[in-house]
Write a protein that binds this ligand. Sequence first.
Ligand SMILES: C[S@@+](CC[C@H](N)C(=O)[O-])C[C@H]1O[C@@H](n2cnc3c(N)ncnc32)[C@H](O)[C@@H]1O
Length: 237
Amino acid sequence: MAKQVKSKKRVADHGEVFTAEREVKAMCDLVADECLRIDSRFLEPAVGEGVFLAEVLTRKLSVVKEKYKKSAYDYERNAILALTSIYGVDILADNAQVCRDKLFALWNEEYTAACKKEASDEAREAAKYILKTNIICGNALSLMCVDENQQDTDEPIIFAEWTFPFNDARIKRRDFRLDVLLKENTEDQYYAEQFSLFGDDAMGLENWMIDPVTHEKVPKPIREYTLIHYRRLTENG
Ligand SMILES: C[S@@+](CC[C@H](N)C(=O)[O-])C[C@H]1O[C@@H](n2cnc3c(N)ncnc32)[C@H](O)[C@@H]1O
């Protein structure tokens, strides 16, 4: 059984107690259908070492294998899509890194098992790049990135939206501020209080736009990237 506590100090300082596998599986069963949708997005805001995201990724990759194992091309693209859909935040940099490493190892092993060959270097680099972008060292209460002492920086947490708009190998990335996304998606009183505590920067007009199709106010991306083959996603991409 995996250790749930690393040290008393970490429990006291950061409430760090990892969830046991049995509870993880039972909780994922509560949203079983979503876990089987390859592109359904999951965010774990205090991700720890990523036990929930690992279970979600395992379930998604089992669907990818079932549907696409006959074609390495289709398997790889959909396995990348599964990876793009999971997001995490942790205030401790070592946890965020363990989480990325664990998810990468899982993705890589599943690839080899499903395709009966190793993933290419480019695909592996793309997978690592996506994980580096999606698993962030930050404060899930203030929604800001943190420094090595877990203190807020003045950088808001930014998440990438990844899509395959033409259903081929080209991937599109758009970056959004997490505080703006949460503002759109929740009426929750808890977040209303957080925003009033930390100022209401997220409501600034520069963070919103009118959707040309629905005419609704939607979050505005702070960056858009050109469409590229997912295998060209690299540290510098
Ligand atoms: C109870 S553990 C849960 C970890 C994981 N979700 C699990 O179930 O195994 C809480 C985690 O939240 C992190 N944490 C504590 N305060 C946080 C904050 N303000 N923002 C983001 N992460 C935080 C800790 O470092 C720790 O990894």
